[in-house]
Design a protein around this ligand. Structure first.
Ligand code: OGA
Ligand code: MN
Length: 289
């Protein structure tokens, strides 16, 4: 399998515990992993320390979110980790995916297809399809030097700013001014290696991560690779937040799971519908400075 953009030298050592062992376990297809330990955060389960509560937002805000039954899931042993559910209707989820595929990769945005040539490509998704693996926005991340530039190098979408502020406000995580985003595209067999996100200059600010399309097994480890690791199911429309104690924890995506069916919709191009029904898209909204 092709290396992903978080894979780096030294990732191949063998261990039987911690996030690398869990990554290997869930990534493998033969034998098929047992998914019974993957946490389902849609329902409260006291035996696992999972608590799910309804969330209410002001009528003013509710206008922007057509989702239903907003819920907040937390895990007792993982302070700083939050999962908001029910924010986007199926229709909204498809709209976000239309933008992820047909708008964000355009207009000279930095992506894995043009990052070496710096060409201003158009119709990136139409031309490259599943070869599109990431797009950056705002402070465009340099995967080789692992540094963000010192100024915004591309436009930061307003809707990212809005959702980042809304979520951090709801969770009382203080001011949040998103300036950077990485959009990850996950074809069915793709993965994201264990890593921490420590390049942002302001590490006190949370990461706000949106999931669309098919589901993922998400691994949440600790601050060291060997720490105990949780496997969590992330579904389309979930908004995950890593803050405080969780902000610098290792995490990874070892598996995409087909769980969700999107029905044809006259406002959604067929290539987007096909993508949504077979692949996953993740947007992480960050505050670099
Ligand atoms: C990232 C990341 C996780 C996901 O972009 O840094 O960890 O859920 N994404 O895809
Ligand atoms: Mn990450």
């Amino acid at each position: 399998m092709e290396a992903d953009h978080y894979e780096s030298a030294g990732n191949n050592h063998v261990s039987s515990t911690g996030i690398r062992a869990a990554f290997k376990y869930y990534k493998t297809n033969i034998p098929k992993p047992d998914y019974s330990n993957v946490l389902d955060l849609t329902v409260t389960d006291e035996s696992k320390g999972i608590n799910v509560v309804p969330v209410s937002i002001s009528e003013e805000l509710a206008k922007d979110f057509e989702g239903e039954h907003l819920r907040l899931a937390t895990i007792k042993s993982r302070p700083g980790f939050y999962l908001l559910q029910g924010f986007f209707s199926k229709e909204e989820q498809l709209k976000w995916m239309v933008n992820c595929l047909h708008s964000y990769p355009e207009n000279g945005s930095k992506n894995n297809v043009n990052c070496n040539s710096h060409e201003k490509l158009t119709d990136v998704f139409k031309t490259h399809g599943k070869k599109l693996r990431w797009v950056t926005k705002g402070y465009d991340y340099d995967w080789t030097s692992k540094v963000y530039p010192d100024r915004m190098t591309s436009q930061f979408p307003e809707e990212f700013q809005k959702i980042g502020k809304l979520v951090c406000g709801l969770l009382k995580l203080g001011d949040f001014c998103g300036d950077t985003a990485i959009i990850n595209y996950y074809p069915e067999k793709s993965t994201l290696s264990p890593h921490t996100d420590h390049s942002e200059r302001n590490l006190g600010k949370p990461l706000v991560s949106l999931s669309f399309g098919q589901s993922a097994v998400f691994l949440l480890g600790g601050v060291e690779e060997e720490c105990a690791t949780e496997a969590i199911l992330l579904n389309s429309s979930d908004i995950m937040v890593m803050s405080k104690e969780c902000r610098l924890c290792y995490h990874a995506v070892p598996k995409i799971l087909k769980t969700t069916k999107f029905d044809a919709n006259p406002n959604v191009p067929t290539d987007v519908l096909e993508y949504a029904n077979n692949n996953r898209i993740n947007i992480t909204i960050r505050q670099c400075d």
